[in-house]
Design a binder for this molecule. Sequence first.
Ligand SMILES: Cc1cc2nc3c(=O)[nH]c(=O)nc-3n(C[C@H](O)[C@H](O)[C@H](O)COP(=O)(O)OP(=O)(O)OC[C@H]3O[C@@H](n4cnc5c(N)ncnc54)[C@H](O)[C@@H]3O)c2cc1C
Length: 418
Amino acid sequence: MIGNGFDVIVAGGGPAGATAATLLAQHGHSVLLAERSAEPQEKVGESLMPATYWTFERLGVLDRMRESGFPNKGSVQFYTPDGRPTAPFYFKEVDPHESSHTWQVLRSEFDQMLLDNAAEHGVDVRRGMSLREVIFDGDRAIGARLQSGGESLELPCKVLVDATGQSHFLASKRQIRKIEPHLKNMSYYTRYRGAERGEGIDEGATVIFHTDEGKSWFWYIPLPDDQMSVGVVGPVDYMVKGRAGDPEQVFHEELARCEPLQRKLANAERVKPMKAIRDFSYHSSQATGDGWVLVGDACGFIDPIYSSGVFLALKSGEMAADSIHEALVAGDLSRERLASFEPEYREGVEAMRKLVYAFYDPDFHFTTFLKRHPNCRGQLIDLLMGNVYRKPVGELIEALDEWVKPPEPARESSASAV
Ligand SMILES: Cc1cc2nc3c(=O)[nH]c(=O)nc-3n(C[C@H](O)[C@H](O)[C@H](O)COP(=O)(O)OP(=O)(O)OC[C@H]3O[C@@H](n4cnc5c(N)ncnc54)[C@H](O)[C@@H]3O)c2cc1C
């Protein structure tokens, strides 16, 4: 047994859960963090956005990041379907500060570092412990049933934070998860050693390659130990239909459609098995309820194209923690109170989502767009950095209206509890 209960129980020990837990402990609340996996896991989500810097600062992990040995990411570059590269988008162009570069991380090490930091801030971190059930009194979450080894325990809490990532525990149970209708993508991914790297500031750059007909794209992310994370993303229909269903074959067929990437991998050797992931783009129509909050992928995930996932996981963890703290201090754990972070958070997500939809529009190209809107270059780089909560990006968002109108995200009003 681990005490009589906690102010907050956080389920899931990825970046979202670790951030929410650490900041709530910093605010002085008792927090249990239950992470299902007994050991650190390899995960996708290796390329960070520079705007993660500010959450790292609040968490007190900047020094650990600086000393980590993770490659420095100072830019992102895109290749068009006809194999031409855009000029790199250097982050320091808009913000010549330490926060204008970031890191390419090994998630097993990165996630563990955030969990160690949470424990050092007083969070009761339990690995190998799963959330099995959220206990409700009417519509209010009042505790959790957790499983650890053979032991099942029920613990009361004032607020339950669901940070279970793509398991989206509560969103599935409450049927508030909405699939992104036009982003039904999937990915096959692996790692190489000895792939070509840029030099100097370009050494840690993320590179995105379209395949020749623009139907799929590859990410190219430099990792420690001379490893390169390489993954292909495309619509499920395209990647699966009419093919034998062998991930190796699909990956190599797409690679054959991408000459610039073939050149970069010419002297590289594969060092990891092929993995697959699909059905990852969705949002929850409700991020909070009475006594509960969703953060990170448990609340939603847009698409991997701009590497916004970990940034939004950290940011939602941070914003939710402040909201929960204020609600705990006020003694009001209603949905209305806990949701105080939601409008601002959703606005930033929507800005990212618009640029994602632009990327998948066959008529949209960064170079053409910037020729027509040269004044938007700074805001475009800001968006690629994740600076949606610190700087205005309205001019860019308006200019993107010419190209795309993403479907309105579904929202439950507070009156229509599910
Ligand atoms: C193909 C692809 C490529 C991507 N590439 C990038 C990228 O380059 N950069 C980037 O920033 N993002 C990327 N992402 C997104 C990124 O991986 C996620 O957005 C990010 O990991 C979300 O963090 P999180 O803390 O919400 O969830 P996670 O990191 O998934 O953590 C959730 C945790 O909850 C635990 N858990 C699950 N169920 C339970 C339970 N019942 N009880 C207890 N614990 C539980 C899991 O074990 C896990 O550790 C990518 C995503 C995809 C699909």
